[in-house]
Design a protein around this ligand. Structure first.
Ligand code: SAM
Length: 212
């Protein structure tokens, strides 16, 4: 999954991963992170997710990272705000009241540029990446956010039945990436209605990660 794969998807508007409403697991479980009002939440590989609107609507300050400038232009257009755009090395920073999105490769984002965050919300980010990129991503994310607590949504299914993304990430793998530095707790697991792409049976899982 190189950058071109994702740029082509956005250019073709082939974005089946994009949901029209906030994710039910975000709505049900974000409160379990126990954040203070106004806490700063980082959303890696954010696309133009409606989850961002939900988080903004609940008074959180948002930071995001997204490869596709097109996605981020659409995000701000849909929010109805005009961002201030600045270049920071290989990245662009789109900023408006309460929201900052870094456009470019998340691996080019540093803690110094991102700034402190109180929590991470990962939906369709870890599972969007193939191995060994997931290992690199999980280590980078932990370092970037100084092990901020995290709500993580994953899919678990038989990877031999179909190709990703989204990729299957089972409990063993979640613990392999995060178990050493975080307490890992499964908050909910359920079969995804209709299966993956309407076919393969798949479990959707939501995890809370808290720094040890
Ligand atoms: C499966 S989509 C999920 C988007 C969003 N989280 C959602 O739930 O709708 C994955 C997103 O990650 C972005 N992406 C992929 N690789 C990236 C990278 N290395 N750095 C930043 N964004 C990346 C893609 O452009 C795409 O928008």
């Amino acid at each position: 999954m190189d950058a071109d794969f994702w740029h082509r998807k956005w250019e073709a508007n082939d974005i089946a991963f994009h949901e029209s409403e906030a994710h039910p697991l975000l709505v049900r479980h974000f409160g379990s992170l126990g954040l203070r009002p106004g806490a700063r939440v980082f959303v890696p590989l954010c696309g133009k997710s409606r989850d961002l609107n939900w988080l903004l609507g609940h008074g959180y300050e948002l930071a995001g990272a997204e490869l596709s400038r097109l996605a981020v232009e659409q995000l701000f257009a849909e929010l109805g705000v005009t961002p201030e755009i600045t270049e920071i090395g290989p990245l662009e920073r789109f900023a408006a009241e309460g929201i900052t999105i870094f456009v470019g490769d998340i691996f080019d984002l540093t803690h110094e540029v991102l700034g402190p965050v109180d929590a991470v919300y990962d939906r369709a980010a870890l599972v969007a990446l193939p191995e060994p990129m997931r290992t690199r991503y999980a280590a980078h994310l932990a370092h970037l956010t100084r092990h901020a607590r995290q709500l993580l949504i994953t899919f678990d299914y038989d990877q031999s039945l179909t190709v990703g993304p989204p990729f299957a990430v089972d409990e063993h793998e979640v613990r392999r990436h995060y178990g050493a530095a975080y307490h890992v707790a499964l908050l909910e697991k359920h079969p995804l209605k209709g299966g993956l792409r309407g076919k393969e049976p798949v479990a959707e899982e939501v995890w809370k990660l808290e720094r040890r």
